[in-house]
Design a protein. Structure first.
Length: 507
């Protein structure tokens, strides 16, 4: 199939089979086994993971899409059929959105999330939930449900710029969460092993482990660090719907997603129509982004390395951030040129400042010395700066907290400590302990202890400075302050195992 083949087939061929009607009666999860994407590449093995909760309502047993009387029912039946028949289109999905699934979807939302244009918070809606859920269910199935525009807010990014977010109304979040649960049962069977962003049972550290193992275990000499410019804001709606129609033939589900895409945003009191993009912050946006890149990038990249590459090629993608490793420089440059052409077809482009091709790997340090180039370049991925390092057994990857992110976190901590300096010491101590513990839970990886020690030192320095500003007495005995830090701050130690240990256990 040609490179464009994955997108040109959308909506042209439909399986001539009746609709799927299936219900859940078994609580035993089925975890399908998935083959590696290319040979025995360890960076992209399918990880074992659990399944999402299915609906628990009972429905009349109806005929399925095939004449084989399937006993699999409900969302579990969808997973099994999607795994077994890769090209099947599901013509009836909305009936899986039941009142019980809507209730589960509500409780899956973040309780402290900001309110949308409706102004309704999670706690306010909880009081009305069981009296409202059946009416909401009726509106969805009769077509009376209408999507509301998102509320536009901006949050600061690490580089000083602002990131636009779209805060959906609470009922929109509930319905989006329910549709995400149903569609995930299908697409989790389709997504490739090197896709890690916003997926069930996968997280940032799984992607980081896969990348480390891929670079150290394969013949990687060049790294392409690719970032798509304003990806969530540039998603083309027509391509998005065409991609969905590869698997979803239920026009009611397509209509719901189209309405969410076209709902627009409210900013400064006025509503702005949405002609492209999906709001960052919407519950369904991560799944839609993965579906878009599955067809626009993943399938094409997997096909390219199988047909065009003669050396080793590894791929790790987390949302719109991708890192590719190549054995040969020529293949890396050809891939980059082809990638730019491929993304342009789907109205996307690579960020010119954040996309780089660098020499990196086992022999990078030696090759840089021979060419008088100094140390090998580094690249950033998921909060860590990746460097070429050495240990007694040879090459290793050193992962360090990105400096600008650490500075940004310290700046927020200093500001908050000064604002709360007159609160009781135990309250502030418990708060700062939670902050540091959460920071360690992500960044305390092997090889990063020196930078984390510096982080803790700066936090202690900021806390002591705030305590000294509580009164006119600029004095605080060190033995007393050391007792406070020992009581409230966690010890600086490794939280995560070596990538090889966890990755091989998971896969």
């Amino acid at each position: 199939m040609s490179d464009a083949g994955w997108s040109d087939r959308a909506g042209k061929v439909k399986d001539r089979k009746p609709a799927i009607y299936a219900d859940e009666k078994s609580d035993t999860p089925i975890v399908p086994k998935k083959l590696l994407n290319k040979g025995d590449n360890p960076a992209e093995a399918m990880e074992g993971r659990g399944v999402a909760k299915g609906n628990t309502d009972e429905f009349p047993v109806s005929r399925t899409q095939s004449r084989k009387h399937d006993t699999s029912t409900g969302l579990e039946g969808i997973r099994e059929i999607a795994r077994r028949e890769r090209k099947l289109k599901f013509t009836a999905l909305l009936h899986h959105v039941t009142p019980s699934l809507l209730v589960e979807s509500f409780y899956a939302l973040r309780k402290q999330a900001a309110a949308g244009v409706d102004g309704v918070t999670w706690y306010e809606y909880e009081k009305l939930l069981y009296g409202r859920v059946h009416e909401l269910h009726r509106e969805i199935h009769t077509g009376a449900y209408r999507a509301q525009p998102s509320r536009r807010v901006y949050i600061p990014k690490a580089d000083g710029k602002l990131r636009p977010l779209g805060i959906a109304a609470l009922e929109d979040k509930i319905v989006q969460q329910a549709i995400t649960t149903v569609l995930s049962a299908i697409y989790e069977q389709d997504f490739l092993g090197f896709s890690y962003g916003f997926r069930q049972g996968r997280g940032q550290h799984d992607a980081l482990d896969a990348l480390s193992e891929g670079i150290e275990g394969r013949k990687v000499n060049w790294i392409l660090d690719a970032d798509i410019r304003a990806f969530f804001d540039e998603i083309d709606h027509e391509w998005m719907l065409r991609f969905l129609e590869h698997r979803v033939a239920d026009r009611r589900v397509i209509r719901l997603i189209r309405n969410w895409l076209k709902a627009g945003v409210v900013e400064d009191g006025s509503r702005k129509a949405s002609v492209r993009g999906t709001p960052q912050g919407a519950v369904i946006s991560p799944l839609l982004a993965n579906i878009y890149l599955h067809y626009a990038f993943d399938l094409w990249a997997h096909q390219w390395r199988q047909r065009r590459a003669s050396g080793d090629v590894i791929v790790v993608r987390y949302a719109d951030d991708s890192v590719m490793g190549f054995q040969y420089e020529g293949e890396a440059r050809r891939f980059l040129a082809a990638l730019q052409e491929r993304l342009a077809k789907f109205k996307l482009e690579l960020h010119p400042d954040k996309t780089r091709l660098i020499r990196f790997g086992r022999y990078a340090a030696q090759q840089c010395r021979e060419r008088g180039m100094g140390k090998p370049e580094t690249f950033d991925f998921l909060g860590f700066t990746h460097c070429c390092g050495q240990h007694r057994r040879g090459f290793k990857i050193v992962r360090l907290t990105i400096k600008k992110r650490m500075r940004a976190t310290l700046s927020v901590i200093r500001e908050t400590l000064m604002r709360r300096r007159h609160e009781p010491v135990p309250i502030v101590g418990r708060w700062i302990g939670r902050v540091v513990r959460g920071y360690f839970n992500y960044y305390a990886v092997p090889g990063n202890m020196h930078r984390l020690s510096g982080f803790v030192s700066e936090v202690c320095r900021a806390w002591r400075h705030a305590l000294l500003r509580r009164s006119q007495r600029h004095r605080l005995q060190w033995d007393r302050f050391n007792r406070l830090t020992k009581k409230y701050l966690p010890p600086c130690r490794v939280v995560h195992p070596l990538p090889s240990e966890r990755f091989h256990v998971r896969t």
